[in-house]
Design a binder for this molecule. Structure first.
Ligand code: ZN
Length: 61
C-alpha cells in the first residue's frame, strides 16, 4: 500500500485529497466552496484573505 501525501489546506490546515492551488497555495474543496459562497461583506471574507496573505508573506519572507 502506497502512502500518498495529501496537500495541506492553508485555510483549515487539514490534509485533503481534493482542492485547488491558488498562487501555489492549496485550498481544499470545502474551503474553496466556502470562499466562492462568501460575500465580500461577509465577516468571514477578511479571515480567508488574511490567511492567504499571511501564508504568502511567510513564504516570501
Ligand atoms: Zn480547507
Amino acid at each position: 500500500m502506497e502512502e500518498v501525501e495529501l496537500p495541506m489546506c492553508i485555510i483549515c490546515s487539514q490534509a485533503k485529497p481534493d482542492g485547488i492551488f491558488i498562487l501555489s497555495e492549496f485550498i481544499c474543496d470545502d474551503c474553496e466552496a466556502e470562499m466562492v459562497r462568501t460575500d465580500v461583506m461577509d465577516e468571514r471574507y477578511p479571515f480567508f484573505i488574511g490567511q492567504l496573505k499571511q501564508n504568502l508573506i511567510l513564504k516570501n519572507a
